[in-house]
Design a protein around this ligand. Structure first.
Ligand code: NOJ
Length: 528
């Protein structure tokens, strides 16, 4: 069977500011990543998604791009990037770039031109509006606070920004914008990039008539943005046409992967929306389903989410799975109250489902959310909504490499404080401890890679005692059984046949079993 890296492999997300600082300025950089490719290779990683490293004034830490074809000096140079690509290639690791296509920075030359006058050729590259009766054009709200419309007194019109006002939205109804962005994709593909993650891809196209969004009856959340149903400022059908064109471009380059970020309205769990961006195997290759990110540690809830996800996708594409990223509290803290026994179970779930698993940097050593006092908060979201929303910095603290000062991330004080547990939770210690989280991840990935049933097989959920999730993965005549005990009680699962225990979160020895006895929160993988 031919292995396809993005389908059968394991992807790792790096938040470059926080991974490894090679030049001791307190901020992580490209060379810091290159220096640690061996670590990623030993972990069994096939692709690395880098959060944005383009030139940016950093109002949203790189998600506000001022040049899509240049590296921001804080992260290094184009030469450093080319070296990263070369070294990654040697280790069979694909580099995936983060494409922020919905908006640019307000300091991008396109926007500077666009704002300069109403008849500038780039005026229509962004979304300008004169307003209605001297008021904003509609009720759209920005995700990071306030109205989505900013008055610009230079030309006396509003421009649209669905995030901060330093992130003006592009007008994707203008074919020139599309052409320019396709050139950006070609630029990175020609430089050896093998995949793209598309930021808020479902926001690209907006309602032509700028109609008001309806309100939901849920007023406990003080963010008015979250009180709306985003009917008109996202999910417009034209987005699918753009994605189909992109797919043609990707296919012309060979084994390229695209993965989309599609957030659902708050409180809404509809896997059909994220699945719809896969088209009929002719749009994105993968799309995140954030239902797992908002789930609790509950067997029934997680199983329902997964079954619904598979059903929504059907044969129209390939699933992927994620529990943590740079925008949310880390799963170990959010779902598991920092419990490492449960974290091993969650790792088994992530790495034995059908589909591509995404690991967020530090997840493999059990890094927890940072406790960051207000004075250190950097995230614009946290600054705006403190204390209701303390921002996303807690999930972006420096990678914990060793027990030296600043956790070996940097020789100087890092841009965000290092987690207090770094002397216990770090890579160096965990490499020495046989039963550490890191060693467990490594074994788990080795196992996944050596069983076609696990990386390529079908999935079938089976009936099991309460609070136990049980499924079979099968590829041709090869089968694996995965059993996860979500309860604090010992549970027994009858396998019908004799099966061979391959891996347990309780470090049990490999053996032949007929009945699987699961300790509290234990997960096991067996072959049949
Ligand atoms: C989603 C990204 O993941 C997030 O970090 C960013 O702030 C917004 N999109 C805006 O680009």
């Amino acid at each position: 069977m031919k292995k396809i890296w993005w389908k059968h492999g394991v992807i790792y997300q790096i938040y470059p500011r926080s991974f490894k600082d090679s030049n001791n300025d307190g901020i992580g950089d490209i060379n810091g990543i290159t220096d640690n490719l061996d670590y990623l290779q030993d972990l069994g990683i096939d692709g690395v998604w880098l959060s944005p490293i383009y030139r940016s004034p950093m109002y949203d830490f790189g998600y506000d791009v001022s040049d899509y074809c240049a590296i921001d000096p804080v992260f290094g140079t184009m030469r450093d990037f080319k070296r990263l690509i070369k070294e990654a290639e040697k280790r069979n690791i694909a580099i995936i770039m983060d494409m922020v296509f919905n908006h640019t920075s307000h300091l991008h030359p396109w926007f500077l031109e666009s704002r300069s006058s109403k008849d500038n050729p780039k005026r229509d590259w962004y979304i300008w509006h004169p307003g209605i009766n001297k008021k904003v054009p509609n009720n759209w709200m920005a995700a990071f606070g306030g109205r989505a419309w900013e008055w610009d007194s230079l030309t006396n019109e509003y421009y649209l920004h669905l995030f901060t006002r330093q992130q003006p939205d592009l007008n994707w109804r203008n074919p020139r914008v599309k052409r320019a962005m396709f050139d950006v994709l070609r630029f990175w593909l020609d430089n050896g990039v093998k995949g793209f993650r598309f930021d808020v891809i479902n926001l690209l196209v907006k309602d032509r008539q700028f109609r008001n969004n309806p309100y939901k009856l849920r007023l406990t959340n003080p963010r008015r943005h979250d009180q709306q149903l985003h009917k008109y400022d996202r999910n417009q059908p034209e987005t699918h046409d753009i994605l189909k064109e992109m797919r043609v471009l990707f296919d012309s380059y060979g084994d390229i992967m695209s993965v989309g970020e599609v957030y659902l309205d708050e409180g809404v769990r509809d896997p059909h929306l994220p699945a719809s961006f896969l088209g009929d195997n002719d749009e994105l290759h993968l799309n995140f389903n954030f239902s797992t990110i908002f789930a609790s540690f509950d067997c029934h809830e997680l199983k329902t989410i997964l079954v619904d996800w598979y059903n929504a996708i059907g044969n129209r594409g390939w699933p992927c799975h994620v529990f943590s990223n740079h925008d949310q509290s880390r799963a170990i803290t959010r779902m598991l109250k920092n419990d490492t026994v449960k974290a091993k179970l969650l790792a088994v779930l992530l790495l034995t489902q059908k589909g591509t698993p995404f690991i967020y940097y530090g997840e493999e050593i059990g890094m927890v959310d940072g406790k960051i006092p207000y004075k250190y908060i950097q995230d614009p979201l946290g600054k705006k909504y403190w204390p209701f929303h303390k921002g996303r910095d807690k999930a972006r603290t420096p990678m914990q490499w060793n027990a030296t000062k600043y956790a070996g991330f940097s020789a100087v004080k890092p841009w965000l404080p290092v987690n207090q547990d770094y002397q216990r939770t770090n890579v160096t210690i965990q490499l020495q401890e046989e039963q550490s989280m890191l060693q467990f991840y490594r074994q788990l990935i080795v196992l996944r890679k050596s069983h076609e049933a696990l990386y390529a097989g079908d999935i079938e959920f089976m009936s099991a005692p309460g609070e136990v999730m049980l499924y079979r993965r099968s590829y041709k005549n090869k089968q694996c059984i995965v059993a996860l005990n979500f309860s604090s009680k010992v549970k027994e699962v009858n396998c019908n046949n004799t099966c061979k225990l391959l891996l347990s979160t309780y470090n049990k020895q490999n053996s032949d079993v007929h009945t699987i006895t699961l300790q509290p929160f234990e997960a096991v993988i067996c072959s049949l």
